[in-house]
Design a protein around this ligand. Structure first.
Ligand SMILES: Nc1ncnc2c1ncn2[C@@H]1O[C@H](COP(=O)(O)OP(=O)(O)OP(=O)(O)O)[C@@H](O)[C@H]1O
Length: 519
């Protein structure tokens, strides 16, 4: 017992605090209150940046990175003035020289003598989650205070913003993250400014959306030339369409009709997708100009409740990649669960057609008024008739309790992304050229001019090129990506993705959950 007590006394009398330098005796009365901060550093960075007052030469802590060593110590704060590092007076030094002093002690104890900031800003910020709508690389940004402290991100990445106190540099973590430590990202204003500078610094390069428009014009020219060399005349073409529908798209045994696969509708969308991007600045939604307005989109985690309507499933991809094939297979496999939306048209019904089954047949006046009232997700013209997929058609399927599955041109994504449809957007990506050649040997495509012809090498190259353009403009909007290599595997993948979309929490724009009410 006595040994135990004496052991206690020995331990209790020992001094475990770090040995601080003795207080100088000749301290002037007006000496500022200083704090000695001792940090034991392992290999990880200190987690703070510094800046120099160019007039006085004084060195200050510019920011403390959330979750970093300095932050976790709770002893260093943005605005603290650094007097000494490991006994070296730093006033008048260049920030680089100060960093060298810190780095010379890559591990072990570092001692800072600081004048603490008197009024520390209260951090009353709530956590914010955003989806990046642009790419950012700190290593290529000469204006970042410390490139090593930066977080790089790609379009579509989810960022957890933990600090917005600085007007220029926010602190964030890229999710999913196992790191405690945040990093620097440009604030929304700074990123907008950077994008604007990039935009205006390339005045002679055609902007992406303008390129798309010129492609459309080219296609229309081609169409005019090709009218002379189509394999079949219009009638024969129509009858091909009829045969296709007889084979695949009539009522099946249970009386379920697969809507939205009609050839004219598909061709009109392909030809006239320019109608949703009439003007670069106002309508080009997702590319160049609008990302300047919103480089970060605020998002929340959303879990659909069993009683809620299903989320719309929208497939998109370059022409010929297999969007329709995947959609058709999904509906055929589970017609009680999946259904397409019935499109509208101004063309006259054929003898075998029923309104509300193949199409809703309406007059041009009604069609125009629906366009005027923004009731179409997509619309266009083909051979003098108008075709379009309406919001109501989609809602009708969703309200019936089924999952509505549609395919859209990428430039219709913005029209689909509304809180009432809450779409889950799947991008169908082509595999490598080699795999396209191997897997599409027995497949046929429908081109603007030929009904069913074998794939050619130039089709694959066009597909790859189109995929590159789509990805560079729209990647941020894709909730999931399926590489359509082996068809069977892609179908299984799509089924898994659908289950995820409906039953697992997903990041969605905050405006879908808390719609902005106009006052
Ligand atoms: N993974 C695949 N392997 C082999 N053939 C495929 C695969 N996916 C699709 N196909 C075939 O490729 C052809 C084009 O597919 P599909 O009609 O679905 O294209 P799409 O993406 O809808 O393009 P578009 O809208 O321009 O018609 C079809 O004959 C289809 O059966």
């Amino acid at each position: 017992m006595q040994t135990l007590l004496s052991a206690h006394d020995v331990v209790a009398q020992k001094d475990y605090d770090p040995a601080l330098p003795p207080m100088p005796e000749d301290l002037p009365d007006d000496e500022e209150a200083t704090r000695i901060v001792c940090l034991v550093k392992n290999k990880q960075p200190l987690g703070a940046t510094i800046k120099r007052n160019e007039v006085t030469g004084e060195i200050f802590v510019a920011r403390v990175i959330h979750g970093g060593l300095a932050d976790r110590s709770g002893l260093l704060h943005a605005g603290d003035r650094i007097l000494e590092v490991n006994g070296f007076a730093v006033d008048g030094m260049e920030p680089k020289e100060v960093i060298q002093v810190v780095q010379s002690r890559s591990q072990g104890t570092i001692m800072f003598k600081v004048v603490p900031i008197t009024t520390r800003p209260v951090n009353n910020q709530t956590m914010l989650y955003v989806r990046a709508m642009a790419d950012y690389s700190p290593q290529q940004d000469p204006s970042i205070p410390c490139a090593d402290a930066g977080v790089s991100f790609r379009k579509g990445d989810i960022l957890e913003i933990v600090d917005q106190t600085d007007a220029l540099w926010w602190q964030a973590k890229k999710l999913p993250s196992t790191m405690d430590c945040a990093g620097l990202i440009p604030s929304i204003d700074l990123l907008k400014r950077k994008q604007r500078e990039l935009w205006w610094s390339q005045p002679y390069q055609p902007h992406i959306c303008m390129q798309t428009l010129s492609i459309v014009e080219e296609e229309e020219d081609l169409m005019a030339i090709d009218d002379k060399c189509v394999e079949a005349d219009e009638e024969a073409f129509e009858s091909e369409e009829l045969r296709e529908e007889d084979d695949n798209f009539t009522t099946n045994e249970e009386g379920i009709y697969i809507a939205g696969f009609r050839l004219s509708m598909r061709l009109c969308r392909r030809q006239f997708h320019s109608s949703t991007q009439a003007c670069c600045h106002t309508r080009c939604p997702s590319s160049c100009y609008s990302t300047l307005n919103c480089p970060y989109e605020e998002v929340v985690r959303y879990q659909r409740l069993p009683q809620d309507a299903h989320r719309l499933l929208a497939l998109t991809g370059p022409s010929g990649v297999g969007v329709n094939e995947l959609r058709r297979r999904l509906i055929e496999m589970n017609p009680n669960i999946f259904q397409g939306a019935v499109p509208f048209t101004t063309r006259a019904p054929k003898a075998y057609e029923k309104s509300g089954r193949e199409y809703f047949f309406i007059s041009s006046e009604i069609f125009d008024s629906m366009v005027y009232n923004n009731r179409f997700l997509e619309y266009g013209e083909y051979k003098g008739n108008l075709y379009g997929t309406s919001i109501e058609s989609v809602k009708e399927v969703l309200n019936s309790g089924k999952i509505c599955i549609i395919d859209i041109e990428p430039n219709a994504i913005q029209a689909v992304r509304t809180h009432e449809l809450r779409p889950y957007i799947v991008y169908v990506k082509p595999p490598s050229l080699e795999r396209l050649r191997e897997t599409r040997q027995d497949s046929c495509i429908i081109t603007n001019y030929y009904m069913n012809r074998s794939f050619r090498d130039e089709d694959f190259q066009e597909m790859e090129e189109a995929a590159r353009k789509i990805e560079s403009q729209y990647w941020q909007f894709f909730d999931n990506v399926i590489v359509n290599d082996e068809l069977h595997d892609s179908c299984i993948q799509l089924l898994t993705v659908v289950r995820k979309a409906q039953d697992e929490p997903q990041w969605v724009p905050v405006s879908w959950i808390r719609p902005i009410t106009e006052s």
